[in-house]
Every structure is written in C-alpha cells, then in structure tokens.
Write a new protein. Sequence first.
Length: 259
Amino acid sequence: MAFFQVDNLSLSFGGLNALDGVSFEVEKGAIYSIIGPNGAGKTTIFNCINGIYRPDSGGITFKGKDLLKLRPDQIATAGIARTFQNIELFSHMSTMDNLLLGRHCRMKTGVWSGATFFRRGSKAAREEIENREKVEQIIDFLDLQSARDQFVINLPFGTQKLVELGRALALEPELLLLDEPSAGMNMEERQDLIIWIRDIREDFGITIVLVEHDMSLIMDISDKILALNYGKKIAEDRPEQIQNHPEVLKAYLGEEVVA
C-alpha cells in the first residue's frame, strides 16, 4: 500500500483543464517536488489534497484512507498539514498564538479554554501546558525566539514564512505540503530553509511534498520530481534525470540553466 497516492486526477474550470489525468505516488520519508510554470496545476493539486477543491474524477489516498470522502478539517486531523503560497496567518496575533492555533486539531478542550478557564491541575490546564511546550520546541527548531511575542504583521516577510511553516509543524503532521516556501526569501534565508526542510524529514520523520519555483533548491533537496505542463504530467524522475529531460528543459529550466 502506497503511503500517499494521487490516481488519475482531473479537474476543469469551465473549458480549462487545470488537471488532466495526473497520477503519482510518494514514499514515506521522501521529499517529493512538483514543478511547472504558472498555471501548470501545481497549487490545484494541493487544493485537491487538502479538500479545498473536489476533483471531477480520480482519487487521492493517504495511508489507505480516501481523502475525497473527508472534509478539510478531517484531512488535517488525519495528519496532513500545509503552508500557502500567500501567507495565511493572523497578522495581529503573536507568533506564539499563531503556532498555538496550529495545535487546534490536537486539542480536546478547545483552543482558548485552557487560558480562559485555567485551573491548576485541570485537564484544560495540563493540555495548555503540553501544547505550549510543543510550540516552544518548534520556536527553538526554527530559531523564532526573537519573534515569539511579536505580532506577525511586524515581522519581516521571510520570518512570516517561517511562522507559517511552524504553524504547519504544530499540527504534528505525517505529510507536509509546502507551497512555494522560499517565495520572498533572500539567499541566506533560502539556504537556511534547505537545512530546515531536510531536518524536518530527518528529525520529525515527516514526508514532504513541495511546490517550488527555485530550481536550485528543488534539485538540491528532492528525492523525486514531478514536472507538469498545462495540467498534464510530462516527466517524473530523480533530479539528475529531470534536469536533463528534453521536455523539462523546454518547458521549465531552459537550456542555459543546465549548460
């Protein structure tokens, strides 16, 4: 049984085929990347995986579970977390509070009950302490100590991207979907991101599916790459093969990139 599988996925908007029979499998523990120009269908796949879109046909399974039968919140509870191309944070809340919201699927007493009805030794109090400890671990892991109590709106864009990554990690997912994680980051931040993505796989045992335009980042960290064009799969292979695939060279990389 495949850890994660997309089978013959198709979706159209009006007369536009956003996805046209796309299939792929992701092994547990892999870093699997999806590349393609704007409009190729990359983010559409993510939107189908976490229940924002319902495909016209095809299937998506995670550890044998049919995701198309689940609501987005049930998909998150099943162990799939996601970051977004455009940051989806609560800008007038602190980093800590944004990360705590990422724990919502793990909370039995509610997001705010531990703080609102805090009583020493109560179940809500114990859960509040446990969740804050988990969040502190993520803050340390991503070097966000200086941003802990700051409103997200006051943070540099690259730091906001890390906060969103941290919020996804707070869910304790088994599968992490990263949509353009390096967008808006400078060179140093991108190099740090490469290290963090590898550490997320190694330290937390999380499988990663990555959509990204930065080809150097993709080639550096991916175990396998899927290339899309106009909603269709044109290639799927290891980085060294994708880098020299004629259709990929033509559609994405350009001759000069691999010269």
